[in-house]
Design a binder for this molecule. Structure first.
Ligand code: HEM
Length: 263
């Protein structure tokens, strides 16, 4: 007897694909042509909405990675951090689509975005809080195992804690690379010296590029270079005290200069 391939899952939609993926709900989340003031709104919404989805996934993996670090399972955490890092890479790549949004066209619907701001992105808020969680979990792991970062980096690169440190710096770098790309795209479209939809000057974005979630992992490189140059004792304190974490407003979680930036 022929197998019956009719949909069997509960939910909306004509097919099991639609029901499982919740396609009807997903594809109803964009403004219809009737609601649009400009046809390029679909491009703009698609990039933002897909970014939120990938970041939801990246945060999900990062939060579980932090739990694994707390449980002293660095190898398992590395696997999840690699997924989160790839998600950050994908959202950076898809900013490329914004090259197809002309300044004139964006200005036609910019006023219709209300007071919405990228700082309100739940995906990016999640990334910021996961970064803090990861940093805290990693510090505690180093303390529990009495690991000195400088020694770790002179040791076996296959040591699970060394691998974890590299997965974390990869994560941190990918966040910064998104910020580089976003800053260039934003200024390419709206220009410099402009104040964003919620009052933040666009040039604040340039300063955020220097932010580091795991400053010690960047500083250890400075230490290695200074040590190789025979200048460790003289140079490391100066380098660390010289804004190595790069965050505007003082310190990794300080505010940005003169702006309503929550980071
Ligand atoms: C037309 C393209 C874009 C322009 C002109 C633009 C412009 C801006 C501006 C002016 C800011 C400063 C704060 C504000 O006023 O909102 C900002 C921040 C931000 N935007 Fe965009 N943006 C664009 C695309 C995107 C996309 C596709 C995303 C993806 C979700 C995004 C996410 C963010 C985030 C997360 C911030 C906070 C800054 C940070 O954490 O580094 N933006 N954007």
């Amino acid at each position: 007897m022929a197998k019956d391939y009719q949909p069997i899952l509960p939910g909306d939609g004509d097919t099991d694909y639609a029901r499982y993926m919740r396609i009807d709900a997903l594809l109803s989340l964009q403004r219809s042509r009737a609601e649009m003031v400009h046809r390029d709104e679909l491009l703009f919404q698609t990039v933002h909405q897909s970014t939120e989805l990938w970041l939801k996934h990246a945060c999900y993996e990062s939060a579980d990675a932090a739990d694994l670090i707390r449980a002293e399972q660095p190898a398992a955490a590395v696997r999840l951090l690699a997924r989160a890092g790839l998600g950050l890479h994908l959202v950076t790549e898809q900013l490329e689509m914004m090259h197809h949004l002309a300044p004139r066209d964006f200005n036609e619907f910019r006023a219709h975005l209300g007071n919405g701001s990228g700082f309100e992105s739940p995906g990016w808020q999640g990334i910021r809080s996961c970064g803090k969680e990861l940093a805290d979990a990693f510090d505690k792991l180093l303390a529990a195992r009495q690991v000195d970062l400088h020694e770790l980096y002179l040791g076996d690169p296959d040591d699970p804690v060394h691998r974890l440190a590299e997965a974390m710096i990869e994560w941190d770098e990918r966040v910064a690379l998104w910020r580089v790309r976003h800053y260039k795209i934003a200024t390419r479209i709206i220009g410099h010296g402009i104040v964003g939809t919620k009052g933040t000057p666009v040039d604040v974005l340039a300063r955020l590029i220097a932010h580091k979630f795991f400053p010690a992992l960047w500083a250890v490189r400075t230490g290695l270079t200074l040590a190789a140059d025979g200048e460790l004792d003289d140079g490391l304190d100066g380098a660390l005290g010289d804004g190595l974490d790069g965050e505007p407003g003082g310190g990794p979680d300080g505010g940005a200069d003169g702006a309503s930036c929550p980071i």
